[in-house]
Design a protein around this ligand. Structure first.
Ligand code: HEM
Length: 382
């Protein structure tokens, strides 16, 4: 009798769960829990095949990630004229916004993405954030990003001054990010993005200078290497926003160096060292928050299931290390409460980390000062 009751209850639970999770079949055969998400599959297929092509967490993926930040951060809780957040304004008003110093190089993203935005009937804002989420799935070590769908496009441009610059003080950077709603812990979490990034314009003489020795892997090396004593410049040095790095071929931003050493953020920074799980989960959460800044989430649909599953990073590959020739003695300890973790030194001789190869699709009519950054975006607010 007891077992019959149990079987009945279990069957009822299964039926009600099935009713709650009834799936919709899209016209292309994909299944989703909300029909609105069907619109993303043609975009996904097109950008996977034609925009990212065979990019394995390299230049195209980095480019798509950076522009998502620069668009979203055009928002302020205290001043509505600072923009409406993740609203596509960086492309819709590209001729204005790309002329701002902090957006130098975002023309690459416009050249890469604009032809695809014009082809698809989703908002510019959604396209930018969707492409960024998909770009992350190229990078081993990332946790599968979530994705909310249904952003409303901007009706006016963000003004100059919303995007932090690498020569600003930690206080100024945290104040700007805080004004947009991001805590210091979330700022550090988001800067894990610099683990899969590099600079094209900080040192204008060399393109694609990586921020750590593993720019195509979302690992914790960025947090290790920014804490090491700087001894060299990858190029001639002396550029605004650049300080000495510890590894040949790697460029260190002044802002990353300062955030690693400032008492407000040093322990948050160091906590990521050799802690892949923490770095990946805190980035996943902070990134989800960043992607909807300024938008009304209650009117959006959770389409996370459309985002591809990223490649895994083997535990052995996630082991942080000191670059060849460097040891614990090269650490500039800044976190007062916890010692820097002991790490092995990678074997072999010191080598120059190669620059990130630039994707030709990032070249086009759109210029770094915003000139000719126009496209026919015929989007209606979602
Ligand atoms: C908070 C302060 C930040 C500052 C001061 C900063 C500054 C910079 C600078 C100066 C560059 C190099 C640009 C160039 O010369 O080409 C860069 C690259 C990059 N940043 Fe940031 N960034 C910040 C936060 C973020 C955040 C929150 C994200 C993403 C969530 C991000 C993603 C990237 C990516 C992916 C690149 C590489 C772009 C490429 O290779 O094309 N950054 N950042």
């Amino acid at each position: 009798m007891l077992s019959t009751t149990f079987v009945l209850l279990a069957a009822l639970a299964t039926v009600s769960k099935a009713a709650l999770t009834r799936r919709v079949v899209c016209s292309d055969g994909n299944t989703v829990s909300n029909e609105a998400c069907c619109a993303l599959f043609p975009v996904l297929e097109d950008i996977q095949t034609n925009m990212f092509a065979d990019d394995d967490c390299s230049d195209a993926a980095h480019t798509a990630l950076r522009v998502a930040f620069h668009d979203a951060i055009g928002f302020s809780h205290s001043n509505p004229s600072m923009g409406t957040g993740a609203d596509g304004s960086i492309f819709i008003f590209a001729e204005t916004e790309l002329d701002f110093d902090a957006n130098l190089g975002i023309a690459d993203a416009f050249n890469l993405e604009a032809p695809f935005i014009a082809k698809h009937n989703i908002s510019v804002a959604d396209f930018i954030q969707f492409s960024a989420a998909v770009s992350l799935t190229k990078c081993p070590g990332i946790l599968r990003p979530t994705f909310m769908f249904g952003r409303v496009d901007a009706t006016f441009s963000a003004p100059d001054g919303t995007v932090p610059e690498p020569f600003q003080t930690v206080d100024d950077i945290l104040a700007r990010m805080g004004d947009a709603g991001l805590t210091p812990a979330e700022v550090v979490a988001l800067l894990a993005s610099h683990s899969i990034a590099g600079a094209d314009d900080v040192d204008p003489s060399i393109s694609g200078l990586p921020f750590d020795s593993t720019p195509s892997v979302f690992d914790t090396q960025f947090f290790v290497e920014t804490q090491l004593r700087g001894t060299l410049f990858p190029g001639t040095g002396g550029n605004q926003g650049e300080v000495e790095s510890a590894v040949a071929g790697v460029l260190r931003l002044q802002s990353d160096s300062n955030l690693a050493r400032d008492s407000a953020t040093a322990c948050l920074w160091q906590a990521n060292v050799n802690n892949q799980a923490l770095m990946a989960s805190s980035f996943q959460q902070a990134f989800a928050k960043m992607q909807v800044l300024g938008q009304d989430v209650s009117k959006m649909v959770d389409c996370s299931e459309v985002i591809p599953v990223p490649p895994t990073l083997a535990a052995s590959a996630a082991q942080a290390f000191f670059p060849p020739g460097l040891t614990h003695n090269d650490v500039e300890q800044a976190c007062a409460s916890t010692p820097f973790p002991n790490l092995p030194t990678a074997p072999g001789a010191q080598e120059v980390v190669p620059s990130i190869v630039q994707d030709p699709a990032t070249n086009g009519a759109c210029q770094d000062d915003g000139t000719d950054c126009t496209a026919q975006f015929t989007k209606q607010p979602a």
